[in-house]
Design a binder for this molecule. Structure first.
Ligand SMILES: [Fe+2]
Length: 491
């Protein structure tokens, strides 16, 4: 097999075709008018395997080497830079000229040369905090990247203070204090129930790290904060060390097992953690937001389903669930710390969807609007194949959390959305802007890409500006917006 001959499977074909190219494109063509507030960088995380696998692995789409890209907006000009994150894993494979790491999050399937090396690929979320850009993936510690050049500066462990071996790709930043709240699961190794809960201050100093045990070792992809609490949802996609040692899958979904919501005062001690029971078999990757209401009840809004959405995890679990039968919904879990209940109460507040986005200013607060991606149930024709779960979303929704109807922007067949980022508006009452990549399939292996700028309050009106991207792009996982003022403050 040549260095770039990838298997003809969904993980490596069509929109998911590995690209593996670092490049800079200057002065991209802009149609329409870029809003003045859109000045800064849209950082994107894209998995892109440098070498073909030596084992069949349905999770491979999550194991691709981290690529970080920046779409930089300045004075009406747009530049794009794309670079590999130079993880220990990527450098070792480059040196060997072939893949050294085996199945998704299973080091027992690695080549001997990989032993002892950091396995993470830093491919999930570019996190900006305290003037630092960190490329994260939940199976390891972040890698710090230079925000202008995208050069990798090395693994990041908060100046040697962090004890957890892992850091989530879904940190939460308090809009008032600037503190970053985060966690790491499997904090001391494979299949461990240990979870680290950490707080970094507005300057990025690690102020607190406490460990607790989850009810079982679970895929804890996201969490939430409110003004006073940290919330840890636990869904029964579980890991087992014996299975890993046998060369098996990291994750299996267990539909008969309970889900849980851990509730801890944000600045409390982990002995104060209380667990509330949720529905059996639930699965969620992304929390939209969480908040406390005037009565002190705690609400967690999440893109929930009755089964893990990843086809490779369903296969490993012996589950076959049709896309329309997953029970997917936007769900609110509510708890009252005072009423003696030990269960969450669920309310369905919206349709199926994922990749929710809120303004950074309402993190952990009562909020009115949010955006997420979904499938248009009326679309004529199949959705575009690609991305981590095999199909791409074709509709953007603006949700009204006060109870009004959603506003939608549906793409025609053959087009799909990647996750948006939100850019705050300057005018009072303006909801800001959304930036997102739109992929268009022109043929089996032929795609065209553009960045769209939408008025966040009027998404149905379509883009106010489009930026043509004359280069193939692989599907993005998550992104992050950093204003030019913040970039300059960090220069
Ligand atoms: Fe995520």
């Amino acid at each position: 097999m040549s260095a770039r001959a990838f298997p003809a499977t969904p993980e490596y074909t069509g929109l998911n075709t590995p690209l593996g190219e670092e490049y800079e494109l200057r002065g991209l063509a802009v149609a329409g008018e870029l809003p003045a507030e859109v000045a800064g960088s849209f950082f994107r995380a894209t998995p892109d395997p440098a070498f073909p696998p030596y084992l069949e692995d349905g999770g491979a789409v999550l194991s691709g080497d981290g690529m970080v890209s920046a779409l930089h907006f300045s004075g009406g000009r747009v530049d794009l830079t794309m670079r590999f994150v130079e993880t220990e894993r990527h450098r070792a494979e480059l040196a060997a000229g072939r893949a050294l790491f085996g199945r998704y999050r299973n080091p027992f399937t690695d080549q001997p040369e990989a032993r002892g090396l950091d396995r993470t690929v830093a491919n999930t979320t570019p996190v900006w905090h305290a003037g630092r850009l960190l490329m994260t993936k939940e199976d390891g510690r972040p890698y710090r990247v230079h925000p202008r050049t995208l050069a990798t500066l090395g693994r990041y462990d908060f100046g040697g203070l962090l004890k957890s071996e892992t850091v989530t790709a879904h940190v939460r930043i308090d809009p008032d204090s600037g503190e970053m709240f985060f966690f790491g699961y499997e904090a001391d190794g494979l299949a461990s129930t240990k979870v680290a809960y950490c707080i970094a201050d507005a300057q990025g100093n690690l102020r607190r790290e406490q460990w607790f045990d989850a009810p079982y070792c679970a895929l804890m992809h996201d969490f939430a904060i409110t003004r006073r609490y940290a919330l840890f949802p636990v869904y029964p996609t579980t890991c087992d060390l014996a299975r890993l040692r046998a060369g098996g899958d990291h994750w299996v979904h267990e539909p008969q097992r309970d889900s849980w919501l851990g509730v801890l005062p944000r600045y409390g001690a982990v002995r104060e953690l209380r667990w509330f029971r949720g529905p059996q078999g639930a699965s969620c990757f992304h929390v939209m937001n969480a908040f406390e209401d005037e009565a002190g009840r705690i609400h967690l809004d999440q893109c929930l389903a009755n089964v893990n959405a990843f086809p490779f995890i369903q296969r490993a679990s012996g589950l076959q669930v049709a896309p329309g039968e997953t029970g997917a919904r936007l769900a609110r879990w509510s708890i009252d710390l005072e009423d003696g209940s030990e269960r969450v109460t669920e309310t369905v507040i919206g349709p199926p969807g994922d990749l929710p986005v809120i303004p950074a200013s309402v993190q952990g607060r009562p909020y009115e609007h949010a955006w997420m991606l979904t499938m248009n149930p009326e679309m004529q024709g199949p959705p575009v194949a690609g991305g981590p779960v095999g199909v791409m979303f074709n509709t953007l929704l603006r949700m009204d959390l006060r109870g009004g109807p959603p506003q939608a922007l549906a793409l025609p067949p053959g087009q799909c959305f990647n996750e948006p980022v939100h850019v705050p508006g300057a005018r009072k009452g303006h909801e800001g802007w959304l930036l997102l990549i739109v992929d268009e399939q022109l043929g089996p292996v032929d795609f065209r890409h553009a960045l769209w700028v939408l008025d966040a309050g009027r998404i149905s009106a379509g883009p106010v500006a489009r930026v043509a991207i004359p280069h193939r792009l692989r599907p993005q996982v998550h992104g992050w917006w950093v204003s030019e003022a913040r970039l300059q403050a960090a220069d």
